[in-house]
Design a protein around this ligand. Structure first.
Ligand SMILES: *Cc1c(COP(=O)(O)O)cnc(C)c1O
Length: 431
């Protein structure tokens, strides 16, 4: 199987974390998000131990909230000793409601409103990643009014193209995110930040992109960031103590994606950072990383019930399921590739190729095209694998479809993490 938390039981059913997925579909209905909590914890620990061991000091991972945000994930993150990033007050209030200590949170995003800034300060969010000049001054002004000194990082764009998809590449100079090093604007911003009395500049942040399978984009980014940090020290006497290298390690969605050894990659990045620091005679900073998908993606499976299976003579076959872009918009957005399994009959031969379509009134509402699977029939349970990241968090109510529930699996037991929406929930706010 694609990941080792997936298996097949005596009934010939797909299991996730040892739990029979077909039983879960019967118990909770479909569409259904399953999340293997044990796998999430294991992924957290991989980052926590590898980063501590290889980078040392206070280095460690932040959970990238946007990949999956609900109260349960912040409880897990808190228990595991993770920090977290936040991009909105919605994520912040969810983390707060779950008891996550917000001093361990980093407030990201390229457009924090004054209200965002005020509220995040009121709730004691530890560090702001400042995206741009206007935001820096807004933070200074609000911190001054509140009589505090806010810890900040500056988000810089190091000018790296990690050769993944355009829409998920963020570290290039021409980007909506961050302040460019290449143009001299990052230096200007650093100078200004150092001159302001109500912000305390700790260091710098960058995030080059997502679904990256090798360490090179990270070591390239680290090179540029550390050269910049050394330059800021030499010119302005400012020695940054934090370097946040962002998220982006890839995840195996299909057989054609490589197996990735996160620990080994972290070690390579750490060795590189240490060597550069030695070269510049720069004290080793606290290094942060922000994994999102590599913490939660392989913990997730989405279950659907098959409706129609139609073959258009001379063309192709369509399998329609009872979910689609409302629970997983990633094929519609990025043509992301997934693996499907006939969860209710895992021993059937995988000799059928079809487009898996959702139920919305939209031709683009697809889970994937040319997907290989065992031929399903109406009523079968179809599983889409590796959906723990950017599925639940990107869900919508398009076509007035209620959001699917999310069930947590741990040590062979199941419990609701997020209840499914009712039809009443859908029109609750309508006047
Ligand atoms: C999206 C994002 C992440 C997480 O990326 P993954 O590819 O899910 O690891 C981390 N940091 C920032 C700033 C991001 O925008």
């Amino acid at each position: 199987m694609l990941h080792d938390n997936l298996s097949i039981n005596e009934a010939g059913h797909l299991t996730l974390g040892g739990v029979d997925t077909v039983k879960m579909a019967e118990k909770y209905g479909t569409p259904l998000y399953l999340l293997d909590e044990d796998r999430v914890r294991e992924n957290c620990r991989t980052y926590l131990t590898a980063m501590k061991e290889y980078f040392g000091g206070g280095s460690g991972p932040l959970l990238a909230s946007k990949a999956l945000s609900f109260k349960g994930i912040y409880r897990i993150a808190k228990e595991e000793g993770m920090r977290t990033d936040l991009v909105s007050l919605g994520e912040m209030f969810t983390a707060h409601a779950a008891g996550f200590p917000l001093d361990r949170a980093y407030f990201h995003g390229n457009n924090k409103t004054d209200r965002d800034i005020e509220t995040a300060m009121e709730y004691g969010v530890g560090t702001f990643a400042v995206d741009n000049r206007e935001e820096l001054y807004a933070i200074e002004e609000i911190a001054a009014r509140r009589g505090i000194r806010q810890n900040i990082l500056l988000r810089l764009s190091p000018g790296i193209d990690p050769h993944t998809q355009e829409k998920i590449s963020t570290g290039k100079v021409d980007s909506k995110f961050g302040t460019a090093i290449e143009t001299g604007q990052a230096e200007e911003l650093t100078k200004e930040a150092l001159s302001l009395p109500h912000v305390s500049l700790l260091g710098f942040h960058c995030h080059v992109g997502s679904q990256i399978f090798e360490e090179t984009p990270f070591t390239d980014a680290a090179d540029i960031m550390l050269a910049f940090m050394a330059c800021m020290r030499d010119k302005y006497g400012f020695t940054a103590s934090v370097l946040n290298l962002g998220g982006g390690f890839g995840v195996r969605y299909t057989e054609s994606d490589p197996v990735i050894d996160y620990r080994a990659n972290i070690r390579l990045v750490a060795e590189h950072v240490k060597a550069r620091c030695a070269e510049y005679d720069f004290p080793m900073p606290e290094v942060l990383m922000e994994p999102g998908r590599s913490i939660v993606a392989d913990a997730g499976v989405t279950l659907y019930t098959v409706g129609s299976v139609k073959t258009i003579t001379g063309y192709k076959s369509y399998v329609s399921v009872d979910g689609g872009m409302p629970d997983n918009p990633r094929y519609a957005l990025y043509a992301s590739r997934y693996t499907v399994e006939l969860a209710s009959n895992m021993h059937a031969p995988r000799d059928f190729v079809a487009t898996v379509a959702g139920r919305c009134c939209e031709s683009g509402d697809l889970i994937g095209e040319d997907m290989t699977m065992a031929r399903p029939s109406r009523g079968d349970i179809l599983a889409v694998l590796v959906t723990g990241a950017y599925n639940f968090s990107m869900a919508s109510n398009y076509n007035r479809i209620p959001r699917a529930p999310l069930v947590l699996l741990s040590e062979g037991t199941d419990r609701i993490g997020v209840a499914g929406e009712s039809y009443e929930d859908l029109y609750r706010l309508d006047v």
